[in-house]
Structures are given as C-alpha cells and as structure tokens.
Ligand binder design. Sequence first.
Ligand SMILES: Cc1cc2nc3c(=O)[nH]c(=O)nc-3n(C[C@H](O)[C@H](O)[C@H](O)COP(=O)(O)OP(=O)(O)OC[C@H]3O[C@@H](n4cnc5c(N)ncnc54)[C@H](O)[C@@H]3O)c2cc1C
Length: 383
Amino acid sequence: MKFQDLKTLEEKLNLMSELAVNFRSRAAYHPEAAGQFPFDNISDLKESGYTSLTVPVRFGGEDISLYEMVRLQERLAEGDGSTALSIGWHLGILKNLGEKKLWDEELFEKICYEAKNGALINGAATEPGTGSPTRGGLPQTTAVKTGNHWVVNGRKTFTTMAPVLDYFIVSAAAEPCGETGNFLIPRKSEGLRIEETWDSIAMSETGSHDLVLENVMVADDCFVEVFTPGKKGANGWLLHIPACYLGIAAAACDYAVRFAKEYSPNSIKGSIIELPAVRQKIGEMEFELMRARHFLYSVAKKWDTSAEKERAQMAPELGAAKMAVTNGAIKVVDSAMRVVGARSLSGKNPLQKYYRDVRAGLHNPPMDDSTIELLAKQADSRT
Ligand SMILES: Cc1cc2nc3c(=O)[nH]c(=O)nc-3n(C[C@H](O)[C@H](O)[C@H](O)COP(=O)(O)OP(=O)(O)OC[C@H]3O[C@@H](n4cnc5c(N)ncnc54)[C@H](O)[C@@H]3O)c2cc1C
C-alpha cells in the first residue's frame, strides 16, 4: 500500500501507524546499541511513497498541507524519533521550496522528479565556527567562482541523514560577489565526503555527521539561493521539529500508562494506575499533550490557510508553537519516568531513550531565547 493510494488523512495516519509500529520494534534502546542509522526505516518510507508527499502538484506530487505533514510526522515519531526528524527535514525542505518558489523552477522540477523516485535532500548549514545558523553567523564555507563553476571548500556539522542523502544544500560565502547563499551539491561530487563524527546521545540514529567539502566543483546553476544570514523569515515547514518531539512524548506517555496498568506491587491491591499520585501525573501528561497538539495544529492550519503576506508575519507564532511543544514534550517524558520509577533508567527501557531524544528539541531551530526575544519585540511594537 502506498500513501498516494489513500484519500483521507485518517487513512494515511493508519498506514503511518503500521509503519511506526514496525520501526518501534526495530529500535535499539540501550545506549550501548545506539547510533545505528535506520536504513531499513528510510527504505520502507521510500517504498511507501511517503518521502515524496510534499512534492508540489505542479510537478506531479501530492503537496500535502502543513497540517497533514505535522500529523504524519508526529505519528512517525511515535515509532522512531530519529527516523522522523531525518525525513522531516527532507519533506519540509521540498514543501518550503515548492511554496516559496525560491529556486529556478526547472532545476526544482528535476529535484522533485528525483524525489518521486526516492532521492533525499537536506540542508547542511551548521558549522563549528558559527554554531546555529539562525544566529546570523557568516558561513566559513567558501564558494569561489572559477569560469563556469564554483569551487566549494568547508566543513559542515550536524548533517542529518548524511548516510543516505542524495543532495546537500550547503550554505557558503560566495566570492568574489560577497553574497551568502545555498549551493545544491549532489552526493556523488568529487571532493565531497562524510566524516562519521555523530556521537550524540540524543537522536543518535539521525546520522548527523560532518560533511567535508574539498575543492568540490559545482555547476553555475547550482548556486540556488541568496540569503542574508539569520534572516530567513517565517518558515512553516520547521514545524516538523515540534511534531517530532510531540510524537516522542506521546510514545512516552503511552508507555507509562501501560506500565501503570500492569504494575502491581504487593504493597497494594490492583495496579499503580489507581494511586492518586500516579493519576495526577497521567492527567498532567494528557493535559500537556492536548495543549501541545492544539497549539501545533492550529498554527499549522493557520499557515495552510494564510496568504503569503500573512505567512510572512507568522514567525512569532511559529516560534511560540515550537517552544511550547518541545518544552511540553520534555515535561511529558519527565512525568512518564516518574510514573514508571527507577525502571525507567534501565538501559533496556524505552523511556531513557525518549528522555535523551526529547532534549534535542531545545537545540533545533528556532532556539527558545530567540523566540522569547521575537515575542518581546511583538509586544513592544504593539504599544
Ligand atoms: C538532532 C539534531 C539534528 C540537526 N540537524 C541539522 C541539519 O540537518 N542541518 C543543519 O544545518 N543543522 C542541524 N542541526 C544543528 C542545529 O540546527 C544547530 O545549529 C545546532 O544544534 C547548534 O545549536 P546550538 O544552539 O547548540 O549552537 P550555538 O549557536 O553554538 O549555541 C551554543 C550556546 O551559545 C549561545 N549562543 C551562541 N551564539 C549566540 C548568539 N549569537 N546569541 C545568543 N546566544 C548565542 C546559545 O544560546 C547556546 O546556549 C541539528 C541539531 C540537532 C541537535
């Protein structure tokens, strides 16, 4: 069964649930077994047609809405967070490019055609020297114009899905024009290599290794986009990030509730789910999940139904949704661990993995302090 054969979101969610159950069964929870890139999950997602769902209709795709994308991404993350974050970048980037028409249409059509045949793409924007690119640091990666080509040199960190990417969107300072922009670089390019540096204890299966570029020759038309560092505007597609951490939190909550129903120490009659202190935490988790879903879904729907001009004003709301959901997700996983008790710290227990994974949301864009500043600015400008 392919996603493309299904008409309703409900049907698509059901198919995603089936995939997610399978992905959960493949997950390695023990920290010592962590870090294996989920090749099988990615290949199943390609097979199911999922990885091309955000290709625009004008290029023969489904062009699912942002709301549909976050719902599906959340469900996927319930099965495996690393798989969800990885594919989320790819789906979101295609969606963003399709909506904003940032690239030459002919080139983008070619990428969409390849995406429909399983090609994967992601941005490589972070560098050791700049930290988060959202802060406005200039890339130290350079692209020097030589005849009809650009020669790109540099090192990118945190390149999620590096083991399977077909295309890297690499930010670089272009010389001699002095512009900063993105270069579309195919994996097979000479001088491009992956250094397997990813040793994070959170989202360890994302394969977010270093991308090293040494005298990589890039065709002229692959200088796809010019931008001002730190000024990328409102980006609805980044809601794939909170959707991912929400899915992880939902999985943690479900695990804790199932545990509470089954665990029956001999100090009590029945199971711990009947204890007031446990019910309190379960109610609080449900509250956090409900609040996070309403916030995330309503902002996604607002994006879907807004014109370009309104969307451009949505950065504070998008940031607030991300901040509320990722912090809420951390709280949910914390409560789930309190319900389960010390067993949650066992290497075999999924909760300790959810706990590690959910923290990564704090370090995906936009960061909380930037959102708070944006909200302060909004309040400021109102009075
Ligand atoms: C799981 C995961 C997957 C990722 N995938 C990708 C990917 O596919 N592609 C990609 O390009 N990147 C990716 N990233 C990188 C991510 O977008 C960030 O660039 C990275 O996490 C570094 O963020 P940081 O806030 O820790 O870094 P830094 O910006 O170095 O910040 C470190 C600390 O310094 C402070 N700080 C630094 N500069 C400033 C400033 N100017 N103003 C205020 N405070 C400042 C921050 O608040 C923070 O406390 C990924 C990250 C993670 C965790």
